[in-house]
Design a protein around this ligand. Structure first.
Ligand code: ZN
Length: 472
């Protein structure tokens, strides 16, 4: 280690205390590899501040010594956004110790939380006050709200409640200069100039460090009811979506499409999970309805809508969960798709967005393009169709080693993303850009848009120390 690095780490120890400056490889390891184990970076140290003031002091020290900073929450990201590169010059700034719920205001329907709060703990704290914090996703047991904000996470309730962006009313941010911006305002209306909050949300830690947030709370629904519907094609699924929205309005809280191959994969890897339709139909949709009135009300709405869908030839069959256990079982089918994929081997993941009305045409057009380029490849296509968001993952043909197929990732991405662009979509609906999709971003954003983004980055972080190499 150089003298300057030593002096810098002395300053860090003075700020957070020696036990919270991790330098040993064994201590740092868990922070430096992404959760899919695709990349292991290096860092000068892992810094573990416990307060916003400590974060600010650390960032000032980094700015003085020009040390790059990689902020990290639960390290559950999928695009290498929260791990450093292999240069070893950066520090990893873990927000995990900033984990207090600062305030819950049931009348304003807001809560103020530290960035390092685990999402599940945030949900629980809201529930303890009779409220709902609706953000929900597979990693909720270990992801942090700061990471959710930095990546504008989506999840399973976007249809009704929006992305994390829509669930945040204010932020506290440490700027790249180490100043604290206290924007923790619990206001539903605030028209006072540029919206800095929305600039930091989704910036993946490239413009500053989110240290706290005001979150929006909702009344807890009185009942939720789940059903699984079977249909011959994605076009039928879109017709079902329209019908459900006509019949159920805002009560429709979940609409998840699953192709036959997805449910076959789940059946292979998790044969203990009961599947209502065997063999799986060409397409299935998991529906969830919430009611602020009663379970009876929700069941009534759902039965009317499903009856109309059956009568109109929109769906072939449907089962309605009549117990919490059955409802959990249906959700488990959906949640086990990524797990089943992971067990089956590595694949090339895409989390794309499309105008809802074009999803069926996209699926119909893109499959044959991939088949032509990579004969026998398997498509794992599922997702939040109500939000226009597909998880469109490509697995190797039978017999082709997964590692070998991963080498063709750029070619696969190109086919998928070119098709996404042709249908007016976006290359990332949920996971973000991180380090993994930077090249694709350059290919698919206009020069004007990229210029604006680079101008903002240069204005806010002129030293370029905030999460370098991510997004841009
Ligand atoms: Zn998703």
């Amino acid at each position: 280690m150089t003298d300057t690095a030593g002096a810098f780490l002395d300053q860090c120890r003075a700020i957070v205390g020696a036990p919270h400056v991790l330098e040993l490889d064994t201590d740092k390891a868990a922070f430096l590899t992404d959760q899919r184990a695709r990349h292991t970076g290096r860092a000068l140290a892992v810094l573990r501040p416990a307060t916003t003031a400590q974060v600010a002091a650390l960032v000032r020290a980094c700015a003085r010594s020009r040390v790059p900073i990689v902020p990290q929450g639960g390290n559950t990201g999928l695009v290498l956004g929260s791990v450093p590169d292999t240069g070893g010059r950066a520090v990893l700034l873990s927000l995990a110790r900033l984990n207090a719920v600062r305030q819950v205001d049931p009348v304003n329907r807001t809560m103020i939380v530290d960035a390092g709060c685990i999402l599940h703990d945030v949900q629980q704290a809201a529930a303890a006050h009779g409220c709902l914090f609706p953000l929900s996703l597979a990693a909720e047991g270990s992801c942090t709200i700061g990471g959710n904000l930095a990546t504008n996470a989506g999840g399973t309730a976007v249809l009704r409640y929006g992305n994390t962006r829509e669930l945040c009313m204010g932020l506290e941010v440490v700027t790249p200069q180490g100043e604290i911006w206290n924007g923790l305002r619990g206001l539903r209306k605030d028209n006072t100039g540029y919206d800095l909050r929305d600039l930091y949300i989704g910036a993946e830690g490239t413009l500053g460090v989110i240290t706290g947030a005001v979150l929006k709370l909702y009344p807890q629904p009185k009942a939720a009811i789940t059903a699984l519907a079977a249909m011959p094609s994605p076009a039928h699924a879109l017709r079902l979506l329209s019908l459900m929205q006509d019949y159920c309005g805002a009560s429709l809280t979940g609409f998840e499409l699953m192709s036959r191959y997805c449910l076959q994969l789940v059946a292979q890897q998790f044969p203990q999970l009961p599947q209502p339709f065997a063999p799986p139909p060409p397409q299935s949709v998991l529906l969830e309805l919430s009611s602020s009135e009663s379970e009876q009300h929700a069941v009534g709405l759902l039965e009317r809508a499903i009856g109309a869908a059956l009568d109109g030839g929109v769906i072939d069959d449907a089962v309605v969960a009549t117990s919490i256990a059955q409802s959990t079982g249906l959700w488990q089918l959906r949640e086990h798709i990524p797990l089943a994929q992971a067990r089956a081997g590595k694949n090339i993941k895409h989390d794309i967005a499309l105008p809802v009305s074009r999803i069926a045409d996209f699926i119909a057009a893109t499959g044959p393009r991939l088949e032509a380029a990579f004969p026998g490849c398997q498509l794992v296509c599922f997702g939040h169709v109500g939000d226009g968001n597909l998880h469109y993952n490509v697995a190797p043909p039978a017999g082709v080693p997964h590692e070998q197929f991963l080498h063709r990732q750029d070619e696969v991405n190109r086919v998928v993303y070119d098709s996404v662009e042709a249908f007016g979509g976006s290359i990332s609906a949920e996971h973000g850009i991180g380090a993994l999709k930077r090249d694709a971003l350059v290919r698919h954003k206009s020069a004007v848009e990229l210029d604006l983004m680079r101008t903002i980055k240069a204005a806010l972080d002129p030293l370029g120390i905030m999460n370098p190499g991510k997004i841009l």
